[in-house]
Each structure stands twice: as structure tokens, then as C-alpha cells.
Design a protein. Structure first.
Length: 348
């Protein structure tokens, strides 16, 4: 047992940190384990953590991280956010009252095998964000968009017709059962490794076509800009503006939500932390593949761990008060037109 704990602390300190936090927060959180991931002789649990309202009609916001094993900063940011919440619940009456009207869900470490071994993929060599049964529409970038050539190459989707990987399937089941049955839900999936600016991407990743709820995305973007006019570092846009991919989990879940719960509203977002900025400020990171996806210098890491908390706070409040800002039926057509003009029509 001592050797196992030593190995976990060495290769997966986020797991130790999270388990310690859950023990301290036992009276505030509800924890389930939809999946155990075998790593050698060990078995690492994939946790689902919930706090707040138990009502099936309460709006839900879900925070997801660690899908790509090399992007462990996403897991660390979510543990930082969860740490802040559960310690505030010990003394903050206002937060307790707020959480009576909203449910928060966390899956901070979806791919522990990939994190342990510093792999983008899971231990079967499959990129979990290319693993859903969704094909992109139109031309896509070679390899990066997802392929079925070989698991030895990055961005491997898995064999055609094979079941989804256990980690991907666990995310799909949790979202479908615990989020999409709510009248309103938002998800935020934390990644790193693209660009020098932090981006908040909405679906689609598979198509340049706008999603059915693009009006709601534009309204939320404007609400955030109005709320934080002097603190808005994010580019908010559809992912397809940058590139399209096969097999995106959130495209698959958005479409399944439309089909299975057409009267509910589910908005999936991806927080893409601009890790190229960290490399530019510390070029020595280029000599370490892991350094392309994570801040290495201590003070920079501490800044990243705290700088996204206002965004998470805002999205949590927006989820709780969703009826106050979502477009009325008579507004949706005009907002949809404005969203298409802003994101999908190239200027002359």
C-alpha cells in the first residue's frame, strides 16, 4: 500500500490532492465513481463530484478536465476552483443560498492513465476528443482532425464501428443522465495547447454551420463582456472558426441533447487556454514536449490557477439565473442573424 501511494503521489499528485480535498469536503459534496481506470497493478477512480441543489429541475453547470493527459493544467485549474468553493461553504451563507438553486458537477480528471504516462491519448492510444461517432462535414486538416490509421499516431479516433472508449462513454453517460435532463445546462471542458490567447469555444467542431442555439451563445458572450468590461481576456467563438475535427464529444452530446430533450437547453463550451504564450515567455519549455501544454514556472502556474475563477463564477451565476438573460422567442431570429454575421460571414 505504501508503495502504491508513493507511485500515485509521484505520477498523479492531482489524484492525491483531489482525494484529500473530497475528504475535507465530505459534508458538502456528493461523490460517485462511474469508472475505474487500471494502470499497471493499480486502479484509479474517475470521480464525479456534485454540490448544490438536488432538484431535477435545477439548472446545472458541469466542469470537465483531464481529457488529454498532457494537458494536466485543466485538471489543476478545476481542483483550484473546487477547493475555493468547498472552503467557502464552511462560512459563506450567501454561497450556500445560491447553491440551493443550482447544481455544480465536476469531472476533473477524465483520463488518469494519459496523465500518468504523459500521453494525449488514453492507455489504448485513442484520443478521447476524437472518439465520438461524429464525422466532420467538408475538408478537415490531415491527422489533427482525427484519423483511423494507427494508434501509434496522435489524434487516433479508434477503429470504425468500435464502441466508444470507457472514459469517453463515462462522460457521455454522466452528461446525458445528470445534465441534459435539466431545463438548462452549461458545460466547460478545460484544455490547453492552442494559440496565445485564452479562448472559450462553443460547438460545432465538426461543421462551419451554426448550432441551433447560437443566439444564446451570442447573448451569453455579450453578457460576459458587459459584466467584465475591463477584464475580458477571452476570445469567445465557435471552434470551427479555427479548425474542424471528427469525433468531438461535445458535438455528439449537443446533438443528442437536441434529439432526446428538445425542450431543454444544453450549451457545451471548451476553455482552450493559450499555452503558446507560456512558451513564448519561457522558450526553454520548447525542449520539453510537456511544456507546450502546461506552465512550468511556478508564479505563472499560480496565475493560471486563479485567473479563470472569475469566468467560472460568472458562468455559475449565469446558469443559476438563466431565465433572466436567455433570448425571448421574439428576439432569437435577430440574435441568430447577428451571430451569423459576427462569426460565419467573412468580411469583404
Amino acid at each position: 500500500m505504501t508503495d502504491a501511494l508513493h507511485q500515485i503521489q509521484r505520477h498523479l499528485p492531482e489524484h492525491t490532492q483531489m482525494e484529500r480535498l473530497l475528504h475535507q469536503a465530505a459534508r458538502h459534496v456528493r461523490v460517485t465513481t462511474p469508472l475505474q481506470v487500471p494502470i499497471g497493478e493499480l486502479s484509479i477512480p474517475v470521480r464525479v463530484i456534485e454540490l448544490g441543489s438536488r432538484s431535477p429541475n435545477a439548472p446545472v453547470i458541469g466542469f470537465f478536465g483531464g481529457v488529454h493527459g498532457v494537458e494536466r493544467i485543466g485538471t489543476q485549474v478545476l481542483i483550484s476552483w473546487l477547493h475555493s468553493l468547498v472552503h467557502r461553504l464552511d462560512w459563506d451563507d450567501q454561497l450556500r443560498e445560491q447553491l440551493e438553486r443550482v447544481r455544480l458537477l465536476f469531472m476533473p480528471m477524465i483520463n488518469p492513465g494519459g496523465i500518468w504516462h504523459h500521453r494525449r491519448s488514453n492507455l489504448n492510444g485513442v484520443d478521447l476528443m476524437r472518439n465520438a461517432p461524429v464525422d466532420a462535414m467538408g475538408p478537415v486538416p490531415w491527422l489533427v482532425s482525427g484519423h483511423r490509421i494507427s494508434r501509434r499516431l496522435p489524434w487516433y479516433r479508434g477503429k470504425l464501428g468500435a464502441p466508444m472508449e470507457p472514459e469517453s462513454a463515462a462522460v457521455v453517460k454522466v452528461v446525458q443522465e445528470r445534465m441534459q435532463r435539466s431545463p438548462f445546462a452549461i458545460s466547460v471542458d478545460c484544455h490547453s495547447g492552442f494559440g496565445r490567447r485564452d479562448r472559450l469555444w462553443c460547438s460545432y467542431a465538426r461543421s462551419h454551420k451554426p448550432i441551433a442555439h447560437i443566439a444564446e451563445v451570442l447573448r451569453l458572450k455579450r453578457l460576459f463582456e458587459q459584466t467584465y468590461p475591463n477584464h475580458h481576456p477571452y476570445i469567445i467563438e465557435p471552434q470551427s472558426i479555427n479548425y474542424t475535427t471528427h469525433g468531438d464529444l461535445w458535438d455528439h452530446l449537443y446533438d443528442s441533447g437536441l434529439e432526446q430533450h428538445p425542450d431543454n437547453l444544453f450549451l457545451p463550451f471548451t476553455l482552450e487556454m493559450g499555452s503558446w504564450l507560456w512558451v513564448r515567455k519561457n522558450p526553454r519549455q520548447m525542449f520539453d514536449y510537456f511544456g507546450y501544454f502546461n506552465p512550468v514556472i511556478s508564479h505563472r502556474k499560480q496565475r493560471v490557477l486563479r485567473q479563470h475563477l472569475p469566468l467560472f463564477e460568472f458562468l455559475t451565476h449565469a446558469t443559476r439565473c438563466w431565465r433572466n438573460w436567455t433570448p425571448r422567442p421574439d428576439e432569437r431570429q435577430e440574435l441568430t442573424r447577428q451571430a451569423i454575421e459576427e462569426w460565419f460571414i467573412e468580411p469583404d
